[in-house]
Write a protein that binds this ligand. Structure first.
Ligand SMILES: *[C@@H]1O[C@H](CO)[C@@H](O)[C@H](O)[C@H]1NC(C)=O
Ligand SMILES: *[C@@H]1O[C@H](CO)[C@@H](O)[C@H](O)[C@H]1NC(C)=O
Ligand SMILES: *[C@@H]1O[C@H](CO)[C@@H](O)[C@H](O)[C@H]1NC(C)=O
Length: 449
């Protein structure tokens, strides 16, 4: 009896403060790609694992304790991320979104070893967020839903969620104090390979029903998944699933307060349109892993969202990152720091479909202002890692197409239209040409004024 009373008092206090605290926070962390075989004695040609005696020719460069831009994550890197998040704990952290790809692709050990690695990551997050719920979703590198996976995460999910998770890897969570509903998708079921599975059909039906019910109950919804819709990713949605997903989002756009994905190992965003009107957005968080498959790299990132707990409206986020090269040079601990805040960095008044549409529009290379904006975007895209591969005009336009054209066909047309326009504009470097034209015009104007 005594315990029951205590619990009751406790819940009353919590819900009381809950209605008053309007601003809350949640973490979005993604794509750990934990590689248990990573070693700082490793060889970059062998994914930073130990070279065997025969293979080591002795001229590979040293890899760092916290990881390498060409490899998946070391345990030290992930532990440093967890430590940093603990220090950032404001009282108002409400939950954590963990969007999959927990274990490195190349850690193709047996199932038991992979399971143990996932359990270790789960334990780490349980210790880091001992008084919070972590909401995990499955990435394409994660195992299919199972009894053991469900047991591993049962301390984070209510019973009803565990049931659908065990069957299909999807679930929904009601945030009681805020009329906010989290809809966690298994985006693996949107791939070609799964398109005819009963789990895929169930997830679609369930998604329809869940969103209809949320509308009835006047709830706002966060959609959470590993891979975002659109054309620009491997292991993405097949065309039918992609179209179906976008149709679903358009139909329920009024109650969808945000979509959150990982997978690309890049910091970017997507705008969804309904007859040319921006109606919804998706934000893609950068990975903890510094390596981007099949090639490319970025600094490790962690994201803390700020939202209105009463309405679910996303107010901002702070992007944190680790300068990996510096961390490896320093003898001491890795120093994670704030990289930027969304609204301040891009000068947005709010986080909304229209504001992100306007931002996308400013990323079209043309004027010097747009070039500046695009370079800003590109710096964030790689979490400030200076990528050696330059992004020319065609590349910049592909970014614009990926952000604004999520339908597969529209994306292809967008990219092709740009390619032919660039070809028509001449043979000079695509990024430099429009910039040079503007500069020449400016120069002439200055000369003659
Ligand atoms: C998991 O953690 C245990 C205990 O620290 C350790 O012995 C084991 O090697 C770890 N396994 C993996 C795959 O990380
Ligand atoms: C979801 O609902 C829409 C509109 O009611 C319907 O057109 C669609 O077929 C439904 N999808 C499934 C898989 O039930
Ligand atoms: C970014 O946002 C965080 C969290 O709201 C805040 O503490 C910090 O002061 C902001 N930084 C800047 C530069 O606006």
């Amino acid at each position: 009896m005594k315990t029951a009373n205590l619990v009751l008092t406790f819940t009353c206090v919590v819900s009381f403060t809950g209605t008053h605290a309007k601003t809350g926070y949640f973490w979005h962390i993604t794509d750990f790609h934990y590689d248990p075989l990573y070693t700082s004695q490793g060889d970059t040609r062998r994914h930073c694992r130990r070279a065997d005696e025969r293979g080591s020719s002795g001229h590979h460069r040293a890899v760092g304790r916290y990881g390498d831009y060409s490899c998946d994550s070391s345990l030290d890197l992930i532990e440093s991320a967890a430590r940093y998040m603990r220090t950032r704990h404001s009282e108002n952290v409400e939950f954590v979104l963990w969007t999959g790809d927990i274990i490195a692709a190349r850690y193709n050990a047996n199932e038991d070893d992979r399971y143990q690695a996932i359990r270790n990551m789960t334990d780490l997050l349980s210790r880091t967020f001992s008084s919070h719920f972590v909401f995990p979703v499955l990435g394409h590198l994660d195992p299919a839903p199972s009894e053991s996976l469900t047991n591993l995460w049962m301390h984070w999910l209510p019973l009803e969620a565990l049931q659908t998770f065990k069957y299909g890897g999807y679930y929904t969570i009601e945030q009681k104090q805020s009329k906010l509903r989290i809809v966690a998708l298994n985006t693996n079921l949107f791939s070609m390979r799964e398109s005819n599975s009963p789990q895929t059909r169930s997830q679609w039906l369930w998604l329809n029903t869940t969103l209809d019910k949320a509308t009835e109950n006047k709830e706002m919804v966060y959609i959470v998944g590993h891979a975002a819709p659109g054309s620009d990713s491997r292991h993405g949605y097949d065309s039918a699933s992609n179209a179906n997903y976008l149709r679903t989002i358009r139909r329920h756009a009024r109650i969808i307060a945000g979509q959150f994905f990982g997978h690309l190992h890049a910091d970017t965003f997507r705008v969804i349109y309904d007859n040319d009107r921006p109606v919804s957005w998706a934000l893609l968080a950068p990975s903890v892993s510094p390596h981007r498959d099949p090639s490319g790299s970025s600094n490790p990132g962690l994201r803390l969202y700020k939202f209105d707990t009463n309405t679910g409206k996303v107010l901002d986020y702070t992007q944190y990152y680790l300068d990996l090269a510096t961390a490896n040079r320093n003898v001491g601990a890795a120093e994670w720091t704030a990289e930027y805040n969304l609204t301040q960095y891009y000068g947005l008044h709010e986080v909304s479909p229209i504001s992100l549409h306007n931002l996308a529009d400013k990323l079209r290379i043309g004027t010097p202002y747009e070039t500046t904006m695009f370079n800003k975007y590109l710096r964030a895209y790689n979490a400030r890692h200076d990528s050696s591969d330059a992004c020319d005009g065609a590349c910049a336009h592909q970014h614009f197409c990926a952000i604004t054209c999520l339908e597969h066909l529209a994306y292809r047309q967008c990219v092709e239209a740009a390619a032919s326009a660039l070809a028509a504009a001449g043979k000079s470097s695509p990024l430099v040409a429009p910039l040079m034209n503007t500069l020449v015009i400016l120069f002439i104007v200055v000369m003659f004024v």
